[in-house]
Each structure stands twice: as C-alpha cells, then as structure tokens.
Design a protein around this ligand. Sequence first.
Ligand code: F6P
Length: 348
Amino acid sequence: MNVGILTGGGDCPGLNAVIRAVVRKGILKYGYAILGVYEGWKGLINEDLVKPLSLGDVSGILHRGGTILRSSRTNPFKVENGVELIKSNLGRYNINALIAVGGEDTLGVAGRLHDEGVKVVGVPKTIDNDVVGTERTFGFDTAVNIATEAIDRVHTTAEAHNRVMVVEVMGRYAGWIAVESGIAGGADIVLIPEKETYVSEVCELIKRRHDRGKDFSIVVVAEGSKLKSERNAEEEEVLQDKKLDAFGHVRLGGIGTKLAELIEAGTGYETRAIILGYIQRGGTPTAFDRVLATRFGVHAIDYVRQGKFGNMVALQSTKIVSFPLSKVVGQTKTVDPELVETAEVFFG
Ligand code: F6P
C-alpha cells in the first residue's frame, strides 16, 4: 500500500509532527510506503513533486515549524484539467490513499476529490482554529502563546509612554486568536470579525478606562474585524490589496494601523499599532500543538488502514474522532459567545 501525504494552505506549527507520525506509524506498524507530495495540491498537478519519505527524512523534525513538504494555495478546481491531472498522477505514482493536511480550503478540495473517487483522509490545521468539527486545530495554541507574549511586551511601552497600543493578530473570519490572547494578555478591548464594532464605542471604552485613572490601554484586533465609523456607516474591511488567491480570499492586514489612527483622533491619546503577521505562524510549536498534531497523524494513518476515507480526524472533548469532510466545506467555526462574554468583562 502506498500512502501520499501533502500539506496545503498557510504553514502552521505542528505540520512536521503530523508528517512524522504518519511516516513512523505507516512504515513501522503497517508496512506502508509513504510518499511525500510537495507544495500542496500543486504536487499532484506538476511534475517531480512526489518523493518517498523514509524514517530518516522525518527524524529530528518534531520541534520544527513550517513543513518539510512545503505548501501552496493551489486550488485544483481552478486549474485546467486539475482534477484529471491529480487522478492520473495518483495512478502514475501508484498512490492508493492520500492524507491531506490543511485548513478549510485544503480539506474542502479533499472532500470534493473524495466525491470523485479519491481515497482521502483529512487532517485539520490552521492557526485560526476556525475549522468546524474539531474543538482545536494544531498551530492555534502556538499562535495564541506568541500573541500573548507580544501583548505582554507591548504593555511596557504602553505604560512607560502613556499610550494606547493596538495589537493586530491573525484571524480572517474568526477571532479565536484575538479573544484567547486578549484574555491571556489582559487586553482592554478585543475586536473580532464575528462582531461589528463602532470606532466610537472603542474610543468610549478607552476614555472610561482613562477616567478611572489608567494612563494606557491595550487593544487587540483580529485582521478580519469589521470596523464601523459614524462617518462611514458601511462595514469596512481593511485589505492589503484587492488580489484574490485561488480560493477567492483577499489578503488582509493593516486594520490595526487604521484603528490606531482613529483611536488617536477620537480620544486624543497617543496611539501606536503593531501587526504581528507571520510571526504568529513561525517557529517551534508548543508542546500542546506537538501532542495534538502527533495524535492527528497517528489517527490519520489508522483511518487509512480502517478505510475511513472521506473523513478528517478531529478533537472532541479530549478524544480523537472522525468528522465527514463534506461537512467542512464552506463552514467557519466562529468564536464561542461565552468566551467573548468573558473577554468583555475586562473591557474599558
Ligand atoms: O489561514 C491562516 C492565515 O494565517 C490567516 O489568518 C491569514 O489571513 C492567512 O493565513 C494569510 O496567509 P497567506 O498570506 O500566507 O496567504
């Protein structure tokens, strides 16, 4: 039996732990050959991007960020004959089953390929933690820890200079990183994509806090947040550029800078912004993410063995369970309102 594995979408701490687990259990327990498919779905469309993975190839990678298989945002359904090419390459390399590690886009493609007869198992990953069906995706815990450390660090400048500091974190459609790092870092306001916020409300909360004798504030904003202002009642999403990727997403980023300008204008307090960006996805995964990614990898190769194709591995209340890929497509797991309410207790 030959099993292919690919990583698609944005990189994420823990991907190498999944690859290592699949290779170790696949070879040593089941006697499979594991084939690395490089650069996401592109690896099954272009030439020369499929290579066998040995035990040696996955040695020493558990703690490393990124992915030894590299990644891309290639969407085979947007490439001419993409699906046919994938099928013929799976045949050419004699890949009998495929493990696709990715977020909603990659898993969505996996689900559609399964409908086309490809034997595929999914593994959910994303620092955004927004894949439905799983309580956690690996990478999220690392991102929250990085963002929390950044909030802790900007606290010193905020206090020393009597400033408002705006920290922009990732989160395209869901504010998980913002809410959890905001709670952990003691943010005074958190803005998330799930909830439209008027700039005037933010300014009022900051003024209320300063009226209580505080001289600084920390604002955490998710990159996909919707800001509203009285001057422009329309929702505004701050985009970096208008170009769409193969899955139809625009590049976000910059809402923090915009918000800082509006806060300074609305409150009179000196305000600065910091955009954490890819730092949140980079470097070594936390122990939690290494363990979760390892468990996902081990269960994914088990699902191949058991023929549980068309499913992804998922975490539900400490157990790894299967979840149908067909239910992942086009869905977003937004932040639990209870968590938002907890964060709000500390606003202003
Ligand atoms: O999907 C995860 C994510 O980190 C989002 O939060 C972010 O908007 C996006 O990836 C950016 O990815 P890239 O610039 O690599 O396409």
